[in-house]
Design a binder for this molecule. Structure first.
Ligand code: HEC
Ligand code: HEC
Length: 204
């Protein structure tokens, strides 16, 4: 009896803690995102043949919300995504973000020639150039940290990841709070970017 009571209490607490950080409606988000599926896939995992269109499945709702708001305001500047979000309300954005967070993300594979160099950068950074380890913020398995708005990056298409790192480096993407990612990417060569991006695609 007491045990059942404990189970009941902990499930109530779980429901409350879930709602505390994700206010969207998953079912509404699913129908509002039908247009997005053309590029981001019906299951949110994109398409291998179009690896510059990111996988969104399993991404933290907080991070996805931030990106959608910023595509709308223009602080993340992208000609393809701007018209996609122009008509979305704050509620639409929250619904879509919790929907993608509820989907299961898939992982690709890393090519063998990049694994060692990519893993070293990911886990240890580079003391010579002052490059911070990616793992320090994105976590040992690449899952990020929703409360700190560190995105999950594990399993993402290497092409998309490399495009983003090069965009942070050239500051064409400048929506990272406190220049965090611009400062990281500015310390990397394009070869290092390609290696770490390839490593991340196979990370899980
Ligand atoms: C015509 C193809 C296309 C359609 C349709 C599309 N997207 Fe995108 N989306 C892209 C591309 C390309 C990018 C990468 C932009 C960049 O390089 O910054 C992107 C990026 C994103 C990102 C950023 C992901 C990240 O990890 O930072 C989110 C979130 C997103 N799209 C959500 C949506 C939603 C929600 C819809 C529907 C309302 C949608 N997209 C429709 C092509 C598309
Ligand atoms: C000090 C913390 C920190 C470190 C270290 C860090 N990142 Fe990030 N990273 C962030 C934050 C915060 C964002 C989200 C920026 C935003 O809000 O758009 C981000 C975003 C990204 C993105 C964009 C994800 C997407 O879906 O568009 C990629 C890719 C990325 N980081 C890769 C890396 C790699 C590779 C390294 C190591 C070389 C690294 N990061 C090191 C904090 C960090």
């Amino acid at each position: 009896m007491f045990r059942n009571f404990c189970y009941l209490m902990s499930s109530i607490l779980l429901i409350f803690s879930f709602q505390a950080y994700a206010n969207g409606d998953i079912a509404a988000g699913k129908s509002k995102s039908s247009v997005c599926a053309a590029c981001h896939g019906i299951d949110g995992n994109g398409a291998e043949a179009l690896p510059m269109q990111p996988r969104l499945a399993g991404q933290h709702a907080e991070y996805t919300e931030k990106q959608l708001r910023e595509f709308k305001s223009g602080s993340r500047n992208n000609a393809i995504m701007a018209p996609m979000v122009a008509a979305l309300s704050d509620e639409d954005i929250s619904d879509i973000a919790v929907y993608y967070a509820s989907l299961k993300g898939t992982t690709g594979t890393s090519s063998p020639e990049h694994v060692d160099a990519g893993e070293k950068l990911y886990r240890a950074g580079d003391a010579n150039t002052g490059l911070a380890a990616c793992m320090a913020c994105h976590g040992p398995a690449g899952n990020g940290n929703p409360a700190a708005l560190y995105p999950s990056i594990a399993g993402q298409f290497a092409e998309y990841t490399a495009i983003q790192l090069k965009a942070f480096k050239s500051e064409t993407r400048a929506n990272d709070a406190n220049n965090v990612m611009r400062s990281v990417a500015s310390k990397m060569t394009n070869d290092e970017i390609d290696a770490v991006a390839d490593y991340i695609e196979g990370l899980h």
